[in-house]
Write a protein that binds this ligand. Structure first.
Ligand code: ZN
Ligand code: ZN
Ligand code: ZN
Ligand code: ZN
Length: 512
């Protein structure tokens, strides 16, 4: 494959293709977990569709108030949204792309009363950036983007979305933006589809969302148990780095999860169908127990110890049967029960963090114990919420938590980690976060045990060494994150915690 090294580099990765899978990536030779596989800059980055009014350079929300010019955050040239800081620094990315097109066509930006509301006028920006990049480098477009999947046949059937895109993007670019001579309707809708199917969501260092199109990483195959880990680096022009999540064999297909791995099979299937237009047939999806985790398993209501599992997890209309008795129930009954639970969970999640929210979450988890398996994704989700709250909300701050609650937080973390061992077995951001959360109760419990005299100095030392190993694993994952992001910041905090612990272990004179 002739790739231009200027844009990306492959480390031990090659592109293959066949009629069934289309283009995909494989490991050229056996690689170790953590190894860098692909590194590349985005073909373009730009605002997400259906987003609020944002700066076209840094994606921070801006106000474009047409009445008072002091509040007007716009590009001096094209008058489209640009924050004051970006205006001052020249807004290179915006200036070299849509700015001159808008200036030439005198296309006006019409500010919304409420800048936080969806701003359909910005829906065309990312598409336009791809089109302009195609014009600037047609060979690169041909080589890297033209063959990307766009699923326009299926997308056309979702007439609401298709029509909105057609009006807001294709007709808008060809009409008010006067680009009809340069870009056909078909080409524009092809780019819209390519972005929809292949773009990755990213965050700025400030945490604002955007989307990026990567020629190589974009063709990664999907698996609900991914074997790669990606980091996007806002401080390096949104460069992406793809690493092996775990050890890989020579010729093994590289896979990434395009859905949230901590959702149950039915939900993941639905998301993939709607967003990526395919039915996942991975081992996890085909297994009613989701690889033994029981991540979607219900409790049988007719017998003591039976579990309800779908007869065929890939068929959303199949019956669910008990593993012990003869009871079976319809998929509709299961869907109904799930949607009731999900709306109860959503109500609580909408609450501001507070002691009441924590207590309500605990109550819900207890209530569902008789409904679903302890490792059901609803329960794992509630555990994640609780882990975040213990030690952070009023009345449950770390210094106030009694040992039983610290032990409870430890158990919550270990439960989530057991699931992650199966679904994200290696380099995983969620795993790094969980390990970090786990270290805190462990340190406090070891120390309080020592003070109470039930833990000897030697035992304390060993416990703290265990905690250091946990922090090390967390840092080992977070070290690959952009330093300017939240995860990068957490890496620094974890490193400090590890240094402090190492010092206190060194200060302990345990009798060995
Ligand atoms: Zn800006
Ligand atoms: Zn401009
Ligand atoms: Zn799957
Ligand atoms: Zn039963």
């Amino acid at each position: 494959m002739s790739t231009s090294k200027a844009f990306h580099s492959f480390n031990r990765t090659s592109v293959r293709s066949n009629s069934l899978l289309g283009r995909y990536l494989v490991a050229e030779s056996a690689v170790n977990g953590n190894e860098l596989l692909v590194e590349e800059a985005p073909f373009v980055h730009g605002p997400k569709c259906n987003g609020p009014t944002v700066c076209l350079e840094c994606y921070a929300p801006v106000k474009c108030d047409s009445i008072s010019s002091a509040l007007d955050q716009r590009c001096v040239k094209c008058k489209w949204p640009l924050c004051a800081a970006c205006s001052e620094s020249g807004a290179k990315y915006h200036s070299q792309r849509e700015c001159s097109a808008f200036c030439q066509s005198r296309t006006k930006f019409y500010p919304l009363q409420d800048a936080a509301k969806e701003c359909p006028q910005l829906d065309c920006i990312t598409t336009l950036r791809v089109l302009l990049a195609k014009e600037a480098d047609p060979e690169r477009w041909e080589r890297e983007i033209a063959h990307m999947e766009h699923h326009n046949e299926e997308r056309r059937k979702l007439s609401d979305v298709w029509n909105a895109d057609f009006v807001n993007i294709a007709q808008y670019l060809r009409g008010p933006c006067r680009l009809a001579d340069r870009f056909s309707e078909d080409l524009i809708m092809q780019v819209v589809g390519i972005l929809e199917v292949n773009a990755f969501e990213a965050r700025t260092t400030q945490g604002y969302g955007l989307r990026c199109l990567y020629p190589i990483t974009g063709i990664l195959a999907h698996n609900c148990v991914p074997n790669t880990f990606r980091t996007i680096h806002p401080s390096e022009g949104y460069k992406i780095r793809l690493r092996a999540m775990c050890d890989l064999d020579e010729g093994q297909q590289l896979q990434h999860s395009y859905t949230y791995t901590l959702n149950g099979t039915a939900q993941r299937q639905e998301d993939l169908k709607a967003g990526k237009f395919f039915t996942c047939q991975c081992e996890r999806c085909k297994d009613p127990t989701e690889l033994g985790t029981n991540f979607s398993t219900f409790k049988c209501s007719k017998c003591e110890d039976g579990w309800l599992l779908p007869a065929d997890p890939l068929d959303s209309t199949c019956d669910w049967k008990c593993t012990l008795c003869t009871f079976k129930t319809s998929s509709n009954a299961i869907k109904k029960a799930l949607s009731v639970m999900q709306s109860e969970v959503a109500d609580i999640q909408a609450m501001e963090p507070s002691p009441q929210k924590l207590q309500e979450t605990e109550k819900l988890m207890r209530k569902y114990r008789v409904v679903v398996h302890p490792f059901h994704f609803i329960q794992i989700g509630l555990r994640q919420n609780l882990i975040e709250m213990y030690g952070r909300v009023a009345e449950y701050e770390l210094a106030e938590l009694p040992d039983v609650m610290l032990e409870h937080k430890e158990e919550l973390c270990r439960h989530v980690l057991r699931v992650l061992d199966v679904f994200e077995p290696g380099l995983s951001r969620t795993r790094a976060m969980m390990l970090y959360e786990l270290h805190v109760p462990l340190v406090l419990l070891a120390k309080s045990g020592f003070i109470a005299g039930v833990v000897s100095a030697d035992q304390l030392k060993r416990k703290l060494l265990d905690v250091i190993a946990i922090l090390k694993e967390s840092i080992n994952i977070l070290q690959y994150e952009d330093e300017e992001t939240q995860e990068g910041q957490l890496c620094k905090v974890a490193q400090q915690a590890m240094e402090q612990l190492t010092q206190s272990v060194d200060g302990l004179t345990g009798d060995e």
